[in-house]
Design a protein around this ligand. Structure first.
Ligand code: NAD
Ligand code: ZN
Length: 380
């Protein structure tokens, strides 16, 4: 039994003091978990674009000082009042959005948009009492999307923790927390391509490559990667992408190029760019009669989707998805099992690794667009 239960833990955390300034490794105090909360020892974390976006804080409310990080794997250290389905020693993945299991969304088989724990990027405190569990000399340090995994210990609402197979290597499955599940689920849960079908993936970043991985797992025979950056094509080959289209190479809309390549359109498309032009192309490039397009990218707030209603009358379907339609607690453990069964290949996403003390290097790599995922080892 750990002696830290019920005690404040002093540990290292990477604190973002100001927008765009390198993180500083500080000694922080982490309060014990309160009602429905769990304190987790983070073993591995990874950097995702969303961390960089909120660290730069160019388009949103700046919330500083803050502990970022939301893709991670860890082990439960202690649990607060009311937590019955997790215990010290359990292996968990923190997730930026949650599953309370009680609201209308959680009770619906179709939705993963929990009313209580849906992602909230402006909140820097715990829901229970509106306070932070992190402090330095009594001064609060804010949380990020309920996870704050750039800390040796963090406190998370029980509804934002997926309990996973303890045999799963945390240095690999930590990336299932966010980007990989988003792309994978967009294909497997929402686009649902049939074996032997054609799938176009717009945007070959981590999310798009995970969407391609979903298409490979589903048995798609043609996976067409679309990206404005031709440098992405080499890496995408490892993900089963069979053909490439750079819209810049053509003087007609990319949807027309794809329709010509596929005798009228692809069976499924998944958009992972966040750019409105790509969203419209992704919809218009699906085959009439049965084609389904799925939007994953987060658009500019003023973007407007414009297409002819005839596309719908011609039986093209447009869908969108949040977090690949996965419910964090109910569904994510099974994604980890897909990796354990060697169905899902995670290693090809893991291109870099740095010790926690060098976490800013992971930011540099992402800003330079190098690699896919950089794993940050907390014990080094
Ligand atoms: P990324 O920046 O690594 O990759 C995006 C890729 O799209 C880049 O390679 C870029 O060159 C390409 N691209 C940009 N505009 C394009 C265009 N018009 N046509 C073709 N390619 C284009 O991003 P990522 O981390 O892979 O994330 C992808 C998107 O998914 C982002 O918008 C992100 O915000 C979003 N996202 C959504 C969810 C969700 O739940 N819906 C969750 C996580 C991330
Ligand atoms: Zn809920």
């Amino acid at each position: 039994m750990s002696t830290t239960i019920g005690q404040v833990i002093r540990c290292k955390a990477a604190v973002a003091w100001e927008a765009g300034k390198p993180l500083v490794i500080e000694e922080v105090e982490v309060a014990p978990p309160q009602k429905m909360e769990v304190r987790v020892k983070i073993h591995f974390t990874a950097l995702c674009h969303t961390d960089v976006y909120f660290w730069e804080a160019k388009g949103q409310n700046p919330v500083f000082p803050r502990i970022l990080g939301h893709e991670a794997g860890g082990v439960v250290e202690s649990v607060g009042e009311g937590v019955t389905d997790l215990a010290p020693g359990d292996h968990v993945l923190p997730v930026f959005t949650g599953e309370c299991k009680e609201c209308a969304h959680c009770k619906s088989e179709e939705s993963n948009m929990c009313d209580l724990l849906r992602i909230n990027t402006d909140r820097g405190v715990m829901i229970h009492d509106g306070k932070s569990r992190f402090s330095i000399n009594g001064k609060p340090i804010f949380h990020f999307v309920g996870t704050s995994t750039f800390s040796e210990y963090t406190v998370v609402h029980v509804g934002c923790l997926a309990k996973i197979n303890p045999l799963a290597p945390l240095d690999k499955v930590c990336v299932v927390s966010c980007g990989i599940s988003t792309g994978l689920g967009a294909t497997l849960n929402v686009a649902k391509p049939k074996k032997g079908s054609s799938v176009a993936v717009f945007g070959l970043g981590a999310v798009g490559l995970a969407a391609a991985e979903g298409a490979r797992i589903a048995g798609a025979s043609r996976i067409i990667g679309v990206d404005l950056n031709s440098n992405r094509f080499e890496i995408a080959k490892k993900f089963g992408v069979t053909e490439f289209v750079n819209p810049k190479d053509y003087n007609k809309p990319v949807q027309e190029v794809i329709a010509e390549m596929t005798n009228g359109g692809v069976d499924r498309s998944v958009e992972c760019t966040g750019h409105i032009d790509a969203m419209i192309s992704a919809f218009e490039c699906v085959h009439d009669g049965w084609g389904v397009a799925v939007l994953v990218g987060v658009p500019h707030k003023d973007a407007v989707f414009k297409t002819s209603p005839l596309n719908f009358l011609n039986e093209k379907t447009l869908k969108g998805t949040f977090y690949g339609n996965y419910k964090p607690r109910s569904d994510i453990p099974a994604v980890v099992e897909q990796y354990m069964n060697k169905e899902l290949e995670l290693e090809k996403f893991l291109t870099h690794e740095v010790p926690f003390s060098e976490i800013n290097k992971a930011f540099d790599l992402m800003l330079k667009g190098e690699g896919i995922r950089c794993i940050i080892r907390m014990d080094a």
